[in-house]
Design a protein around this ligand. Structure first.
Ligand code: SAH
Ligand code: SF4
Ligand code: F3S
Length: 467
């Protein structure tokens, strides 16, 4: 077992040490998990075949809402019990609950070996070496995120995440992210491009650039252009990386309406690899609620962004996040959210009932809404969202789309599973009617035969066919 071996070095562990990572939460956590898995494999760990067999179990946690946080404690309870009969087990809690709770987690679950915040993900090896010397370790202090020196162990070999900015400097009154992810730290464009070139060389075809508030990219980097603009913006970054050879598609998330510029929309329309899918959370359809959330934009501004996107890219797909039952939200204000969802016609909307979070202003306001109101509003909104998704999906019937094959359909291995540029999940036969066969990584023209709320099924067109 790695932690009890006194002679362990960076590249040596006992032959059979195995790890298991369970990831909760957003894409940022998924990307961090892939990097931590890369570090563990460089240390000699192998992926365990089951959680209960692993010598090291790492939970990369999320605390965006209370139910996300509670889930972690039930998982931890099981592992803590296992550790009591197997003291060689190494138990790690990483991510946002780790950052939020810090040492309190050790008091709650004394079996833990390591509690590490998201800014420490790239330091996993150093921290494990401290654990190995017999300490319980808590790493939650502010930390300058080190450039990656480890190769991430990525779940996909076709689509990869690339972090461009860590942290968030906004202060949305409901949100725990700034306190758990720390201040914004942008990576240099050269480092981002280099990582993308490396991925292209390994055969990756699609890159999603990641940041909690990706439109803030570059505002912490120095440099002003002769025209007096910031030198490093997301738009400039897209221009800088879009011609990496071998990468066919580029996406980015998550966008903030306050910073979403016309220049950015124009770049997405003009740069061919930029996909026509925009995830722009609006949170509420009422201006007073938006002000109470400290979001820094109005419904009118949001609508202008959408209009501009549709003017430049009429077929673009749009998704968003919404919170219902924010403290003090009246029924009339909630109806404005419904109206906005209805009038825009989203392809997908992630919905949530407001959940009070530690160290956030809105949690201490006295106009919290009862559970019953939360549930009722969420149900009403979800019904509308599903109808909207179904209606938007219907436009694909009979169309020819370009799907990037990402892997086999787990339910039918004769089919490939991929996504359209607009991020629709699409299933199609691996073998075309002309006998041609397609593999993961191929861009395939597919005629859509069947449309469901959340996926499409189609037939690949003959390779040289005129559509
Ligand atoms: N950075 C992104 C989203 C971050 S968190 C943005 O600015 O929009 C992902 C989503 O979780 C948010 O968009 C929001 O809809 C939801 N969320 C965040 N805090 C929440 C809370 N306290 N209660 C309910 N939902 C919340
Ligand atoms: Fe949270 Fe607001 Fe930052 Fe998004 S922009 S992560 S909602 S504080
Ligand atoms: Fe959750 Fe942390 Fe992401 S709280 S949503 S995992 S930034």
């Amino acid at each position: 077992m790695v932690v009890s071996a006194p002679t362990i070095t960076a590249t040596q562990t006992s032959d059979h040490s195995s790890y298991w990572i369970t990831t909760f939460g957003c894409q940022m956590n998924k990307a961090d998990s892939e990097r931590m898995a890369g570090i563990l494999e460089a240390m000699g760990y192998q992926q365990a075949s089951a959680e209960l067999d692993a010598d090291l179990v790492l939970y990369n946690t999320c605390t965006i809402r209370d139910n996300a946080e509670q889930k972690v404690y039930s998982y931890l309870g099981r592992q803590a019990q296992r550790k009591r009969s197997n003291p060689n087990l190494t138990l790690v809690v990483a991510g946002c609950v780790a950052q939020q709770e810090g040492e309190a987690l050790l008091r709650r679950v004394p079996e833990l070996d390591l509690v590490m915040g998201p800014q420490h993900a790239n330091r996993l090896e150093t921290l494990l070496l401290q654990v190995q010397s017999g300490q319980q370790v808590v790493a939650t202090e502010d930390h300058h995120i080190l450039e990656d020196i480890t190769t991430a162990r990525r779940d996909s070999s076709i689509c990869g995440w690339v972090n461009v900015i860590y942290g968030c400097n906004e202060r949305c009154t409901y949100c725990v992210v700034p306190s758990v992810r720390g201040k914004e730290q942008s990576r240099w464009p050269e480092a981002i491009r280099l990582e993308m070139e490396g991925l292209a060389a390994q055969g990756f075809k699609e890159i999603t650039l990641l940041g909690q508030n990706i439109d803030a990219y570059g505002r912490d980097l120095p440099g002003i252009t002769p025209e007096g603009r910031r030198q490093h913006t997301l738009t400039d970054l897209l221009h800088h990386v879009h011609n990496v050879e071998g990468i066919e598609r580029i996406r980015f998330a998550t966008s903030h309406p306050r910073y979403f510029t016309e220049r950015l929309i124009d770049a997405c329309a003009d740069l061919p690899k930029l996909c026509e899918h925009f995830h722009i959370p609006f949170q509420s359809g009422d201006n007073d609620v938006l002000r109470a959330m400290a979001r820094g934009y109005t419904v009118e501004r949001y609508q202008r962004i959408i209009d501009r996107i549709r003017q430049r890219m009429p077929d673009a797909s749009l998704s968003a996040d919404v919170i219902v039952a924010f403290p003090g939200e009246t029924d009339a204000q909630f109806r404005r959210t419904l109206q906005l969802v209805e009038s825009i016609g989203f392809d997908q909307v992630n919905t949530a009932a407001y959940s009070p979070r530690p160290n956030t202003p809105a949690a201490s306001w006295d106009d919290q809404l009862p559970e019953g109101v939360k549930v009722a509003r969420l149900q009403e909104l979800n019904a509308l969202v599903e109808a909207s998704a179904r209606q938007r999906n219907a436009r694909y019937a009979g169309r020819v789309v370009e799907a990037l094959a990402e892997g086999l359909n787990p339910k039918d291995p004769t089919q490939l599973m991929g996504r359209t540029r607009t991020n629709r999940l699409t299933f199609f036969n691996a073998r075309g009617s002309d006998g041609s066969s397609h593999r993961p990584g191929d861009l395939v023209k597919v005629r859509i035969d069947a449309v469901r709320s959340f996926s499409l099924t189609g037939t690949p067109l003959p390779a040289a066919g005129e559509h």
